[in-house]
Design a binder for this molecule. Structure first.
Ligand SMILES: Cc1cc2nc3c(=O)[nH]c(=O)nc-3n(C[C@H](O)[C@H](O)[C@H](O)COP(=O)(O)O)c2cc1C
Ligand SMILES: C=C(O[C@@H]1CC(C(=O)O)=C[C@@H](OP(=O)(O)O)[C@H]1O)C(=O)O
Length: 401
């Protein structure tokens, strides 16, 4: 079983992630993890912290000479600003210099204060902050690395930001990731990219925030991850939970998502064809987003995550109450992003990769990477298909729904 835990506060000494259940022999390079963390810092509209945060890494355990040992992998990410926060966030007895008593509507502040009996919103926001997703991205990088040995590639792109929408027919292939990351908003559609940048600039000028939608695509997913036999084994359910756990995500779509509810059945599904030459079944479309009955079908996996506009505003206008005086006031202002949709896409990739890797380990098993790959190869060959390799730029794009 693959699992991970993270610990650490946004302005604490650092974040730590412990990943358990990886097979031995998985090649891991610190540069690859650093690269993934750098991708999560990307995006026009991010706040000042992402310009100086460096995500300095320490590989604490579970890796020797660039390969996993089969033991838990532990990684530490330092917090660049720790010296500045050391007093305020000290783990030792003492008191903060000031308490935050005007909770932000839309953030975790008030619900957390009431639930845990805190009188300072910082006791909640430090862990509710999406800073924690940096630690998840480390786990996601390990998952992506494992998946690459099974020919699976996971990527994302922003398809909506504020009111700007990308052309739905434009989907990046596995070889397009660098191009997506080069976009200031991680959008594959250059026309929509301009509209997105303009929307962010306008919101920033007004001291406001924006949400949006990122689409995650997984190429080369083998048939049969997940299962129909229990509610908690359905792949779509697992993906929805994983995506929903990302701060500020309010909706998840698989394949055609919400749109499918308005269609007739005759045009809503993916026809089944037999490819006599390849000796396997084939789907000309991926309307179902690569999942039927809670199991992967082998078609392109498509998951979308919708993010709300961020709760912290540079021009605080949202009405709240001072929890001390009970007087009406405006919520406190913290340093904040105008939008974090491009970064959220990278986190969503992480969560999708994690779920796929966990299901792959469950299905194929094995204590070493070689054993896992052997098992995967045998299962894939038994289905009549050639074990896939990691898709390349030369591969044709899958047919659009
Ligand atoms: C990558 C990323 C960056 C975020 N940055 C901010 C931010 O700068 N300001 C903010 O108010 N919320 C930000 N959020 C969202 C909050 O963390 C989130 O709204 C809060 O934890 C409450 O959780 P909920 O929105 O799921 O209810 C960010 C979320 C993500 C995924
Ligand atoms: C630190 C990160 O995102 C933070 C998420 C966040 C929030 O409220 O979720 C608020 C901001 O925190 P800060 O006030 O420290 O700048 C973001 O910068 C990060 O993504 O690494």
């Amino acid at each position: 079983m693959l699992r991970f835990l993270t610990a650490g506060e946004s302005h604490g000494r650092g974040l730590v992630v412990v990943v358990e259940g990886l097979p031995a022999g998985l090649p891991i390079e610190e540069e690859a993890i650093a690269g993934e963390l750098a991708r999560r810092r990307l995006g026009y509209g991010r706040g000042p912290r992402m310009r100086f945060e460096v995500d300095r890494l320490t590989l604490l355990g579970g890796i020797r000479h660039g390969r996993t040992l089969g033991s838990p992998v532990a990684v530490l990410i330092d917090n660049t600003e720790w010296p500045k926060w050391e007093q305020e966030m000290s783990p030792h007895p003492g008191a903060p210099s000031r308490r935050l008593t005007t909770p932000r509507p839309g953030h975790a502040d008030l619900a957390g204060m009431l639930k845990y009996g805190f009188d300072d919103a910082r006791d909640v926001l430090e862990r509710a902050s999406a800073r924690e997703t940096a630690a998840r991205v480390v786990a996601g990088c390990l998952a992506k690395s494992l998946l690459s040995h099974l020919g699976v590639a996971v990527l994302s792109h922003v398809v909506a930001l504020g009111e700007a929408r990308a052309d739905g027919g434009l989907r990046p292939g596995p070889g397009d990731l660098a191009r997506v990351d080069a976009s200031p908003v991680r959008c594959f559609d250059p026309v929509a990219e301009e509209a997105m940048v303009a929307a962010i600039r306008a919101a920033a000028k007004d001291g406001d925030s924006l949400g949006g939608v990122a689409e995650v695509l997984a190429y080369g997913v083998p048939v049969g991850l997940g299962s129909h036999v229990h509610w908690d084994r359905r792949l779509d359910g697992l993906l929805a939970q994983a995506i929903m756990s990302i701060p500020a995500i309010k909706a998840v779509e698989i394949g055609q998502g919400e749109e499918v509810a308005g269609l007739r059945g005759s045009v809503a599904h993916d026809a089944i064809e037999w490819d006599a030459e390849g000796g396997q079944y084939r789907r000309p479309t991926s309307r179902a987003g690569g999942i039927e009955g809670g199991m992967s079908t082998g078609a392109l996996l498509v998951v979308r995550a919708a993010m709300k506009p961020l709760a912290t505003l540079n021009r605080p206008v949202l009405a709240t109450v001072d929890v001390e005086t009970k007087e009406p006031t405006k919520s406190f202002k913290e340093r904040t992003d105008v939008t974090a949709v491009p970064a959220m896409g990278v986190v969503a990739e992480t969560m999708v990769a994690w779920v796929l890797a966990a299901e792959a380990v469950r299905k194929y098993g094995g204590d070493s990477l070689a054993e896992l790959v052997r098992n995967w190869r045998a299962a894939t060959e038994a289905l009549g298909s050639t074990p896939s390799r990691a898709p390349t730029v030369a591969d044709p794009l899958p047919v659009q729904p």
